[in-house]
Design a protein around this ligand. Sequence first.
Ligand SMILES: O=C(O)[C@H](O)[C@@H](O)[C@H](O)[C@H](O)COP(=O)(O)O
Length: 259
Amino acid sequence: MSEPLVLRHPDADALVHAVAARFITALVDAQSNDRVAQVVLTGGRVAARVYAAVAESPARLAIDWRRVEFWWGDERFLPDGDPDRNETQARDALLSHVDVDPARVHPMAPDTGQGAEAAAAAYAKELAAAASTSTSTAGTSTSAAAGAGGDASPVFDVLMLGVGPDGHVASLFPGYPQLAVTDASAVAVHDSPKPPPTRVSLTLPVLDRAREVWFVVSGEDKAEAVGKALTGGDVPAARPKGQERTLWLLDESAAQQLG
Ligand SMILES: O=C(O)[C@H](O)[C@@H](O)[C@H](O)[C@H](O)COP(=O)(O)O
């Protein structure tokens, strides 16, 4: 597990474009090792700006988008196409603008009446299936990472996370039971303090399975959560760590409690 590296940016615009450049470079680097790049997207306003900046960057053409596997760290459990879904946001800002392989885009299921628990179980199976087919041979993704229980998943190259003012990441909220789940890769969340109330989220063991975990945070309303997370405070954002790197990518507003 890697210790956090904090990178500060003058303002939100600089942060968004620096993260977009880093995202593009990370995908190019992963593909230069003859691997399918595995990325986990997040929701939220900052993430949407990063995706749009990637879509606008001429450097995006350096990526073979058909050899990028897209996952989500969490999803708002809403009907398909709902503008508040993280999938809708990512498709509108980025995925619809580059030549992705639809078979390599793995959204969490929308609300079709089956319940969030079924959606979480289905995603866990999808992650496990991807883990079982991941090999180190050329042209496919990285070696799998089998979890202790039902939390197998591929090894992700980049896992992006936003952070809430309460220190939540993905849809893992302070004091919620999902933080303690270690025998499943995805869980349903009910009564979320951040609307909508029902969500699906990856669990902490899976978030830790990324080579790099990136916290992308902007705004003074996040400063307290950032300060707590980086000083061992009891917030969910203090927990995820990358296997190789853990980056806190902040604008000065979000970093103001770091001194
Ligand atoms: O579904 C969600 O809402 C996100 O996954 C959530 O974890 C988000 O990343 C943070 O709440 C930050 O959101 P903002 O960037 O909009 O503040």
